[in-house]
Design a protein around this ligand. Structure first.
Ligand code: CMX
Length: 435
């Protein structure tokens, strides 16, 4: 058993009694109430999920296992000469809450390499999809195609299924998927957008390094990949991709089914697809300007035009956050260091100035500040990844780390099948006292 799996087992054994005690002795303690608005409007703010992997404070932003993004980046081991940590060490941290040593990190790096090979049938599937298929549909389908390899599913069907051991098989599936999907994403990218000139993996490299290598993009894109995957990994359990993954896995569907479903949610323009929408929107601005640089006044006009035509400004607003997303800030910091004079970065920075006061003036959005998606496309564009249809696939690789850690713990703690209750409109009218 690997050091990580052993450590995870210790953590699970120590944690289980806490969940059992809460359920047995304090199960009736109220943690909130639900209003009619919440029942109709997407359950915003309803407290109905439990996770210890990350917590999202509306004013502070995300903490992974209690650490801010900066604290996480500072604490984790990094490849020699690099600014950002090994993704593999971050996986150890998300699963256990412990910062791995160099040695422990390297053990996972090697474990991931052993599991990296993508099966030929998943590649064949990608190659047989119609050329107009969106990269997210291709990515999700290829992940689902590997379901036949699920250790969890084999274990469930073995007739020896035991609720307390189920997490071990979920862990195996999660690790296999995580080790493979960066290569799968890079394969998809080169096949679809780079004349089908595919680059084989380099087994000397860690996950971030190999991803950059297989994408065919030079340093510091390896660090971009590490940073990008880590900051996009987890954002509590209630967002569409995390919640869907958790929901599907709660029926004891395996990690392949659950992740594929979760990233289908990420593909929506109000969620992860917003990262490509930002660049699409900016390109529209540039086209309309006919090559002339937009001034702040021009930009304001485009923002108002978008709002007045009934559309949202992509990359701004959030269902939980009530300040600038620290994931935006950390990418901005990266841009200020590596691409301060980039034209697109300057436009995005201009939006940072222009959009919030307009959203405040319009008075609808509860949070006028930028979210993670406002900045991420610019970095990709700068390093030569200009096919913005692909951007959400990058988000999906990152998101997989968080949601797979969560469903491993879901099985460890025996979380129940999810099944909230619906009411009819007539019932709500009665509760509201409407005749
Ligand atoms: N531009 C214009 N209007 C916006 C807005 C924006 N960026 N953000 C919110 N609003 C509007 C909403 O559409 C809603 O309008 P209606 O009352 O007409 O339906 C109103 O303001 C209130 O919405 P809210 O409570 O502030 O926001 P929600 O929790 O309903 O939605 C989100 C959150 C992210 C979907 C929304 O802010 C949005 O659509 N943003 C743009 C898309 C985006 O960037 N999504 C990515 C989020 C991060 C991620 O998941 O990747």
């Amino acid at each position: 058993m690997s050091t990580l799996k052993k450590r995870l087992k210790e953590k699970i054994d120590a944690h289980r009694p806490r969940t059992v005690k809460l359920l047995k002795e304090f199960g009736n303690v109220k943690i909130g109430e639900v209003t009619i608005a919440q029942a109709i409007n997407g359950m915003r703010g309803v407290k109905g999920l439990t996770t210890d992997i990350s917590y999202l404070d509306p004013y502070e932003g995300i903490r992974f296992r209690g650490k801010t993004i900066n604290e996480t980046m500072d604490a984790l081991p990094k490849p020699p000469g690099k600014d950002y940590p090994y993704v593999e060490g971050f996986w150890f941290f998300l699963l256990t809450g412990d910062i791995p040593t160099e040695e422990e990190t390297k053990e996972i790096v090697e474990d991931f390499k052993r599991r990296r090979q993508i099966p030929q049938y998943a590649i064949d599937l990608l190659r047989n999809m119609p050329c107009g298929t969106h990269p997210m549909a291709m990515f999700s389908s290829a992940i689902l195609s590997m379901q036949q390899e699920s250790e969890f599913s084999k274990y469930y069907n073995s007739g020896k299924y035991n609720k307390f051991d189920a997490w071990e098989y979920m862990y195996e599936d999660a690790t296999n998927i995580l080790a493979r999907i960066p290569s799968l994403a890079a394969y998809l990218y080169r096949m679809k957008f780079k004349s089908d000139i595919v680059i084989p993996p380099d087994y000397d490299l860690d996950l971030g390094g190999n991803f950059a290598h297989q994408m065919g993009i030079k340093e510091p894109y390896d660090d971009v990949a590490r940073m990008y995957f880590i900051i996009h990994s987890d954002h509590e359990s209630g967002n569409v991709s995390a919640h869907t993954t958790h929901l599907v896995a709660s029926a004891l569907s395996d990690a392949y089914y659950a992740l594929s479903a979760g990233i289908n949610g990420l593909a929506g323009p109000l969620h992860g697809l917003a990262n490509q929408e930002v660049l699409k929107w900016l390109q529209g601005v540039m086209e309309k300007m006919g090559g002339v640089e937009p001034t702040e006044e021009d930009m304001k006009k485009f923002v108002w035009d978008t709002l007045n035509s009934g559309n949202v400004i992509p990359g701004f607003g959030h269902a939980v956050l009530r300040k600038t997303d620290p994931r935006y800030t950390s990418q901005r910091k990266f841009c200020l260091k590596h691409l301060p004079d980039d034209r697109l970065f300057k436009y995005v920075d201009m939006l940072y100035k222009v959009v919030p006061p307009i959203l405040l003036e319009q008075g609808k959005a509860k949070n006028p500040w930028p979210n993670v998606d406002a900045q991420s496309g610019v970095i990709q564009w700068y390093y030569g990844l200009r096919e913005f249809d692909f951007y959400t696939v990058l988000f999906a690789v990152g998101r997989a780390i968080g949601v797979l850690a969560n469903i491993t713990w879901d099985r460890a703690l025996g979380y129940a099948i999810e099944r909230p209750k619906s009411l009819t409109t007539e019932m709500l009218e009665k509760m509201a006292g409407i005749k």
